[in-house]
Design a protein around this ligand. Structure first.
Ligand SMILES: [Fe+2]
Length: 175
């Protein structure tokens, strides 16, 4: 089966629609971190980078009266739940393997525990841990990491590089 690439995922209209809100820069940067961390942790880099790319696709509008209200946003936040569902639907539409779609969806669901009544800490799988740590690495106070700019062509270029590295990794394993 042909691999669904990061570029395939990125270009899909669902991704384009939802990634605008949380920021392409953040999504692509976290994917890059997730690749490096996955190799070190012995985690599948395809799963880690896909989860990282999609981890914030559940974000919704968080402005109130034209202003960014962080406290208000956090109180009602369920972006990880929405993201998990959107990521799953998107990957299935792209013809992704169903187990991959489930693993990615779970990593999106558990990339943060800020909306949960308990902490996840050591309960995450290695994949989920890589995605959470990669996200943390790019985070800035007050959610400012969501407002950095990256145009679509640069995002595609960077994701294409990651796709090549992932394929190299698989070739290395097969050979
Ligand atoms: Fe994030």
């Amino acid at each position: 089966m042909k691999r669904v690439t990061l570029v395939d995922v990125f270009k899909h209209r669902i991704t384009q629609k939802y990634l605008q809100r949380s920021g392409i820069h953040h999504a692509v940067t976290v994917s890059g971190y997730a690749f490096d961390m996955a190799l070190k942790a012995g985690v599948d880099p395809d799963l880690a980078t896909k989860s990282a790319l999609l981890h914030d696709m559940g974000h919704y509008e968080w402005y109130r009266d034209g202003k960014w209200d962080y406290e208000e946003y956090r109180k009602h936040d369920i972006h990880a739940i929405k993201g998990a569902e959107r990521a799953h639907k998107l990957l299935i539409r792209l013809g992704e393997d169903r187990l991959v779609a489930k693993e990615v969806s779970l990593a999106v669901l558990l990339h943060t525990d800020s909306y949960l009544p308990f902490e996840l800490d050591d309960k995450r799988t290695k994949l989920q841990d890589v995605v959470a740590k990669a996200d943390e690495k790019d985070e800035q106070p007050l959610g400012l990491h969501h407002y950095k700019n990256m145009d679509k062509s640069e995002a595609i270029q960077r994701l294409n590089m990651l796709d090549l590295k992932i394929e190299e990794f698989y070739d290395g394993q097969a050979g």
